[in-house]
Design a protein around this ligand. Structure first.
Ligand code: CA
Length: 141
């Protein structure tokens, strides 16, 4: 268990680093694509959000309590990702929506840093953003 400190610029730098951002988003996409058909289905995306706990931890949305409400919530997320309404999410759609989400998180954080507790095995985007900042700081000194 460790603690990282991030603020809006940490997240923004990560998104701006196109190569790193693409690589980590693409890796995550491949992990989520459980049946390896190259696109994310509704249930694959839902699993992703459940495991990330993005909704509870970063958007401050009241966590829906009934299964029906949860399904509605995940449906609306899915529809946001699925820009062309094809019923699946391709890599391009995933990249562009993750970028929007992370920039929205960055906006929400602003310049007031927050502490984020991480388990050792955690490898989410915010942790990677913090790692990137740490590596830049250490290469400067
Ligand atoms: Ca799939």
């Amino acid at each position: 268990m460790g603690v990282v400190i991030i603020d809006g610029s940490t997240v923004r730098e990560f998104v701006k680093d196109e190569e790193l951002f693409k690589r980590s988003v693409d890796e995550r996409f491949a992990d989520l694509d459980l049946n390896k058909d190259g696109v994310l289905s509704r249930s694959e995306l839902r699993k992703a959000f459940e495991s990330l706990r993005l909704i509870e931890t970063h958007f401050g949305i009241d966590v829906a309590t009934t299964p029906e409400q949860l399904t509605e919530l995940y449906d609306s997320i899915f529809n946001k990702f699925d820009c062309d309404g094809s019923g699946t999410i391709d890599l391009e759609e995933y990249r562009s929506e993750m970028k929007k989400i992370l920039l929205a998180i960055a906006e929400g954080l602003g310049s007031s840093p927050i502490q984020m507790a991480l388990d050792d095995g955690d490898d989410n985007f915010l942790k990677q953003a913090a790692d990137l900042e740490a590596s830049k700081l250490s290469s400067k000194s």
